[in-house]
Ligand binder design. Sequence first.
Ligand code: G3P
Ligand code: MG
Length: 244
Amino acid sequence: MTLPRVIGHRGAAAVAPENTLAGLRRAKALGASWVELDVRLTRDQCPVLMHDARIDRTTDGAGLLAELAFAELRALDAGAWFGEEFRGEPVPSLAETVAELGRLDLGAIFELKPAPGQSAATARAVVAVLARHWPPHLPPPMLSSFDGAALAVAHRAAPGLDRALAVGAVPKDWREQVVTLGCAALHADARALDAATIAAVAARLPLFAYTVNEPEPARALTAWGAAAIFTDRPDLIISAIEHT
Ligand code: G3P
Ligand code: MG
């Protein structure tokens, strides 16, 4: 597993609408070589990029993503809420996303965000798209999730892909969880991290910290041993830690 120390969070979420193709292009322009993207299933089981269970915050629609068919979702605007220059930006399918990543030469972590009862379906749908469409010239993607059941299914469906367990604060039983799920990394909330916790985890496997948009905490987390930082501002954080 060779990842950069800075990963664009939801693309480059401070400067372009999150989880959109425009966001991927902006992340690349700002110097990112990998991005993190959130994946959910539509009602008709199409994997698409979306953080929230509801579409209200990041589109001009309303309701639960899991209750919309892909064709219905496609009629919505996922860019104008962020800025007029992004009007017309759609919610991308995972397949479209993968094609754009290939054009941009960007690596990716796909965070599985299953709706209740959809852990296995989400993992299988994402693995199926990646198996079919992942550009061979890119490094293999990483799968992550807060949902252990989704990671377990991903493990069986795509044993060759690295997986990461996402957590808020690092739980007491993190060792057991990463062993059980065969995880290659732990993704933890930066606000709940300290030097001792990072050192304990980093002695066992890489720890990635989310979401850090200020130079000073990014430098501190890196100095304490965090392997990578998720950030909405890749340009700022790359320049903050490039000489550390
Ligand atoms: O995977 C790291 C991070 O993206 C987890 O939090 O809520 O931004 O998806 P969230
Ligand atoms: Mg995420």
